[in-house]
Design a protein around this ligand. Structure first.
Ligand SMILES: Cc1cc2nc3c(=O)[nH]c(=O)nc-3n(C[C@H](O)[C@H](O)[C@H](O)COP(=O)(O)OP(=O)(O)OC[C@H]3O[C@@H](n4cnc5c(N)ncnc54)[C@H](O)[C@@H]3O)c2cc1C
Length: 399
């Protein structure tokens, strides 16, 4: 056996698992096809339980100076604020009563750096091309940096290889769900939107022009905000991403606040899928390999990190402490429950609420949100759900 654990994929989820395992004396190899961390715009919102977990590895204090704390988030329509929620209400529940915004690649870079001080082998530029399970463990075939095929054997394989996971496909685990017809258009603008009344996170509901507006931090700009919107499914990217088209969309969503200085724009497709099982023998799935969802609520990256901690603790119990392998089935049950009952349910509900067409239902939704926000206990309960604290606690109750 070459390693106790081989991790396929060096995104944030695979890297967290590698660091946790290495720090607990597990022999681990991580194979990542890219030569370095991808810098594309992806997850940027960290919820309180994620910061608590990362603190166990000493990562939270390293990332907090690199991003922005957002204690208050808003639900808006295009006319203005509908309701505001202050995470300060959760002060008794968490040491991190705020959302924290920072591009996820910064987390990945910090993790890679910390892994250098461990015995873990983190091999960038290595593409896994096949996984064959055996009586005890599996054989992993991969292409090294020179394109030569090599093999490794490990007792446990973790597929943290993203939405198109080869580990999941080769294991024959189904990935049921659906894809939304429209693409999402993501932009970065440098306007000082706080001066326009936006708190650091705002969900702007509208049947056609809904948007998510998030404050980011980047030393190159005094102000940097991500504005994500629905893109017309019938238009090709070159039309959607033309400067005039992007400018027009931004002006529709935030009339009177332009013209906007747009420093990034891109489109991407969004899906709702959960793997049928997260463990099959020695194969384990985590992060986007196991579940994907729309970004409304910021659950994808956070849920993946929560998988990473749950799975890592159980692997340490099995490998280092003689624990029963059933613990790995429990990982699957707990995190599958969260993916379906919390993340899928909430992210789909968020999207439907933001794009609700029926004016009566929109008004009812707005009234309910205002009533929730103005009652301290109801607001606290709502924040417990949306900050993912409840999902982590409920998962822990599953035996
Ligand atoms: C535009 C966008 C916005 C998002 N916004 C948010 C947000 O605000 N909040 C939030 O919580 N989440 C958000 N997400 C989701 C978040 O980015 C993902 O959930 C997160 O990246 C999952 O991490 P991961 O490590 O599981 O997978 P990934 O980050 O996809 O990493 C998988 C890694 O595996 C590697 N790999 C794949 N195949 C192989 C192979 N055969 N061999 C070796 N390596 C391989 C890939 O190169 C990659 O590095 C967003 C996603 C997108 C696309």
């Amino acid at each position: 056996m070459n390693a106790d654990v081989v991790i396929v994929g060096g995104g944030p989820v695979g890297l967290v698992i590698a660091l946790y395992l290495a720090r607990h004396g597990v022999d681990v190899v991580l194979l990542e096809v890219e030569l370095e961390t991808a810098k594309e715009q992806r997850g940027a919102a960290f919820h309180p339980p994620t910061l608590e977990m990362l603190d166990e590895l000493g990562i939270t204090e390293a990332i907090l100076p690199r991003g922005v704390k957002v204690p208050v988030w808003q639900v808006r329509d295009r006319a203005g604020v509908v309701a505001e929620f202050d995470l300060g209400l959760l002060r008794d529940e968490t040491g991190y009563p705020y959302r924290f915004h920072m591009p996820q690649h910064i987390l990945s870079d910090v993790l890679v750096d910390r892994l250098r001080a461990t015995s873990a082998q983190v091999l960038h530029g290595h593409r896994v091309v096949g996984v064959t399970t055996q009586a005890q463990g599996a054989e992993i075939r991969f292409l090294d940096r020179e394109g030569h095929e090599q093999t490794l054997r490990a007792r446990w394989i973790v597929g943290a290889d993203g939405a198109h996971s080869l580990v999941r496909k080769q294991s024959g685990i189904e990935f049921p769900g659906f894809s939304w017809p429209e693409r999402f258009l993501v932009t970065n603008v440098t306007q000082p939107l706080e001066a326009c009344g936006f708190s650091g996170a705002a969900y702007v509901g509208d049947p056609d022009q809904w948007a998510v507006v998030l404050k980011l931090s980047d030393h190159r700009y005094q102000d940097l905000w991500r504005v994500a919107m629905a893109a017309d499914p019938d238009l090709p990217d070159d039309q959607l991403l033309g400067p005039a088209a992007v400018q027009a969309r931004l002006q529709q969503i935030m009339p009177g606040h332009g013209p906007f200085d747009v420093v990034y724009s891109n489109t991407y497709r969004v899906h709702q899928r959960v793997a049928q099982q997260f463990r099959k023998g020695c194969l384990l799935l985590a992060g986007d390999a196991a579940h994907i969802n729309n970004p409304l609520g910021g659950f994808g990256l956070n849920g993946g990190v929560h998988d990473a901690f749950n799975l890592s603790r159980r692997l340490v119990e099995v490998i280092r402490q003689g624990g029963a392998e059933d613990g790995l089935d429990l990982y699957g049950r707990q995190r599958h429950y969260v993916a379906v009952e919390h993340v899928q349910a909430q992210s789909i509900r968020n999207k439907k609420q933001m794009e609700e067409r029926d004016p009566v239902r929109r008004a009812e939704q707005a009234a309910l949100l205002r009533a929730t926000a103005s009652d301290k206990e109801r607001a606290r309960q709502y924040l417990m759900e949306t900050s993912m604290i409840n999902s982590v606690r409920r998962a822990a109750e599953i035996t």
